[in-house]
Design a protein around this ligand. Structure first.
Ligand code: AMP
Ligand code: FES
Ligand code: ZN
Length: 308
């Protein structure tokens, strides 16, 4: 197979784009898609200081490398979750990657906050994943605000976004459907959130990471069963194989037509943000206690229980 651009031997075939590329032209394609993703959503302006959330996986490391090569002002942020036999390996990958490419890195240890994920897991009766996500998002935002960053970027790709959209749609979750997307405006104490890889599939990011020699962390989280998302991703893979390009069409259609309609419906509910009565952070919760403080309370309860 030949590269569609330069006719050299192709190394990556992309059915959704009806294309095949050699390594050099694939990297150029990847750059173009990131640029299109950023510009189509007005994600960044000159002078933006971007905090890139780095899990150690291929997507976030690929995002960090590409944004830095494009000349953006980027700093990495890794949250060390303190999960035995997993967090130390992920952190090492992030630290090695940033050192190798001379990129700035901030590491936040949840242990220092009394919020080690195993401790939170032990305190909760439900699966820890959504609490873990809440804790991570809280610190992405807090560290960005405190450090004067103007945007937080995560490595979510098209497959992540479409699987989440599918899951939100199956539940017709208006609150989530009204603000799911690759760009969330910063307001009321929240920094702008962006997902510049939203046009690229997991397959494309994996190829980019491989071709750029990125040494990423592979192992899934030991606490995350991930079953629902894998099932949804599997279904969407089948759809994409039968109808190449449908995943991106579906997602773009949602951004153009679906999301504004859900946002109007949600706006009618008029959920106001108020400061959390414990930490001052903005929250929409009726009892004025933010998600993080709620988790802290549960964990504290568990700690004193075991001390008693
Ligand atoms: P996931 O929900 O694990 O698929 O992660 C989605 C995105 O969240 C990743 O691409 C990263 O940008 C970010 N992320 C996840 N875990 C961490 C972490 N421990 N530290 C920093 N960023 C993270
Ligand atoms: Fe948070 Fe697994 S990454 S529970
Ligand atoms: Zn709070």
């Amino acid at each position: 197979m030949k590269c569609k651009v330069c006719k050299d031997t192709a190394v990556v075939a992309l059915r959704s784009h009806n294309s095949a590329f050699c390594a050099k032209c694939f990297k150029a394609f990847f750059r173009r898609e990131v640029e299109r993703g950023i510009h189509a959503q007005d994600m960044l302006e000159p002078g933006d200081r971007i905090l890139v959330a780095l899990s150690g996986g291929k997507d976030s490391l690929a995002l960090m490398l590409e944004l830095s090569l494009m000349g953006y002002d980027v700093t990495g942020l890794h949250i060390d979750l303190d999960i035995p036999s997993s967090s130390a390996v992920a952190r090492r990958h992030v630290e090695r990657f940033c050192a190798r490419h001379s990129l700035r890195l901030i590491v936040k240890e949840l242990k220092g906050e009394g919020l080690s994920i195993p401790l939170v897991k032990a305190a909760l009766t439900r699966p820890v994943c959504s609490a873990c996500g809440k804790i991570k998002r809280h610190f992405f935002n807090k560290i960005a605000v405190d450090g004067g960053f103007t945007a937080v970027a995560t490595g979510h790709n098209l497959d992540d976004e479409v699987a989440r959209l599918f899951s939100n749609t199956l539940r017709w979750d208006v609150a989530y459907l009204s603000d799911q997307g690759p760009r969330l405006e910063g307001e009321n104490g929240f920094v702008r959130k962006i997902k510049p890889l939203w046009r690229l599939t997991e397959f494309e990011t994996a190829n980019y990471a491989f071709l750029m020699g990125i040494d990423n962390h592979y192992a899934p989280c030991p606490y995350s069963p991930g079953a629902t998302f894998s099932t949804l991703k599997g279904l969407l893979q089948k759809l994409e194989a039968a109808m190449p390009g449908r995943k991106l069409d579906f997602y773009q259609g949602f951004l153009r037509r679906g999301r504004p309609a859900f946002a109007r419906e949600q706006a009618e509910l008029g959920e106001a943000l108020t400061p959390c009565s414990e930490c001052g952070y903005p929250t929409s919760s009726g009892d004025h206690i933010c998600g993080l403080c709620r988790i802290r309370r549960v964990v504290r309860g568990k700690v004193s229980e075991t001390l008693r």
